[in-house]
Ligand binder design. Structure first.
Ligand SMILES: NC(=O)C1=CN([C@@H]2O[C@H](COP(=O)(O)OP(=O)(O)OC[C@H]3O[C@@H](n4cnc5c(N)ncnc54)[C@H](O)[C@@H]3O)[C@@H](O)[C@H]2O)C=CC1
Ligand SMILES: O=C(O)[C@@H]1CCC=N1
Length: 273
C-alpha cells in the first residue's frame, strides 16, 4: 500500500468523525495520516486539543493525497460540502456516514462510483460501535476491505445488500443509543422516586443494560425466553411488564422506529437532490 492510499480525509470533524478518528488513533494510525476539513473554528480547536490534528477550514490540494475520504457532514450540508471538495478528491474511495443520503446522489455530486455508505453509532467512541455498510457496485473488493479495516477500529460491522435497508439500520442502531439513554433516564428517574440516590440508580440502570446486553449477546435463546426467565409468575417483573403492555409501550416503541426510518427516507429525498 502506498502512503497516499493509507491517508484518510474526513469532511466534517464533528461527533461521528471524532468517534472514527479516535478508533483509528487507538489502533495505531499516525495522526499525520489524517486530514480533516472542518469549517468551524471552535470545532477545529477541539480536534487539535483532542487528537493533535490541525484541521483545515476548506478542502484543498491535500485531499488529492488521500486514498479514502470519509463524509461526516450533516445530510443537510452534504451537497454543498461535496461541491467544495469534488475538484480535489476525484481519485479517492468515498465512505459516507450520513443518514438518508443515497449513493445515487453521492455518485452524481462527486462524479465517482467508488462509494460505500455506512451507518455507524456513537458507541464507536469507546470501540463498541455497531455499523452497517452498503457498497455501490463501483466499489471493488479492495475498497470494501479498506472500509472494513477502518470501521473495525470502532467496533463491529455488517454488510447489507439492499441500500434501502440502511434506513432501517439508521432507525435501529444509528439512532438506537438515544433510545437506550432514554430508557436509562427513565430507570434512573424511577429509582430515585423509589428512594435510591441518583448515583446508585444510574449505576444500577447502566449495569443492568450492559449485563442484559452481554447476556443476550452470549445466548442463542430467543429474546422472549430470556425475558421470561426474569419474569416469575405473580412476581415483580410480571407486574411491571403487565403495566407496560396495558400502556402499549412495545407497540409505541415499534411505531417510533418506523418514524425514524421514514425520516431517513425523507432526508434522502429532501437533501439528496
Ligand atoms: N451522531 C450520531 O449518532 C450519528 C450521526 N450519523 C451521521 O453522521 C453525520 C455527522 O453527524 P454528527 O457527527 O453527529 O454531526 P456534527 O454536527 O457533530 O458534525 C458535522 C460537522 O460537519 C461540519 N461541517 C459543516 N459544513 C461543512 C462543510 N461544508 N465541509 C466540511 N464540514 C462541514 C460541522 O461544522 C460539524 O463539525 C450526519 O450525516 C449524521 O446523519 C450517523 C450515525 C450516528
Ligand atoms: O439523528 C440523526 O439523524 C443521526 C442519524 C443516526 C443518529 N443520529
Amino acid at each position: 500500500m502506498t502512503d497516499k492510499q493509507q491517508r484518510i480525509a474526513f469532511i466534517g470533524g464533528g461527533n461521528m468523525a471524532s468517534a472514527i478518528i479516535g478508533g483509528l488513533l487507538r489502533q495505531g494510525m499516525a495522526s499525520t495520516d489524517i486530514e480533516i476539513v472542518e469549517p468551524f473554528e471552535e470545532a477545529r480547536a477541539r480536534l487539535a486539543k483532542e487528537f493533535g490534528i490541525r484541521a483545515v477550514a476548506a478542502p484543498g490540494t491535500e485531499l488529492a493525497n488521500t486514498g479514502l475520504v470519509v463524509w461526516a457532514v450533516k445530510p443537510q450540508t452534504f451537497k454543498e460540502a461535496a461541491a467544495q471538495a469534488k475538484p480535489h478528491a476525484a481519485q479517492a474511495l468515498h465512505l459516507s456516514v450520513a443518514a438518508g443520503i443515497r449513493s445515487d446522489s453521492i455518485a452524481a455530486w462527486l462524479g465517482t462510483e467508488r462509494i460505500v455508505r455506512s451507518m455507524p453509532n456513537t458507541p464507536a467512541l469507546v470501540g463498541k460501535g455497531m455499523t452497517a455498510l452498503f457498497a455501490r457496485d463501483g466499489a471493488g473488493a479492495d475498497d470494501k476491505a479498506r472500509v472494513e479495516r477502518v470501521i473495525a477500529t470502532t467496533g463491529e460491522f455488517l454488510w447489507v445488500q439492499a441500500e434501502a435497508q440502511l434506513d432501517a439500520v439508521t432507525a435501529l442502531s444509528g439512532s438506537g443509543p438515544a433510545y437506550v439513554f432514554y430508557f436509562l433516564e427513565a430507570m434512573t428517574q424511577a429509582g430515585v422516586e423509589l428512594g435510591l440516590t441518583a448515583e446508585q440508580a444510574r449505576r444500577l440502570a447502566v449495569g443492568t443494560f450492559a449485563g442484559a446486553s452481554e447476556l443476550a449477546r452470549a445466548s442463542t435463546d430467543p429474546l422472549e425466553l430470556l425475558r421470561e426467565r426474569v419474569t416469575s409468575k405473580g412476581g415483580t417483573t410480571y407486574a411491571a411488564l403487565t403495566s407496560m403492555e396495558q400502556d402499549q409501550v412495545k407497540a409505541h416503541f415499534v411505531k417510533a422506529l418506523h418514524a425514524a426510518s421514514r425520516r431517513a427516507e425523507e432526508l434522502g429525498d429532501e437533501f439528496g437532490r
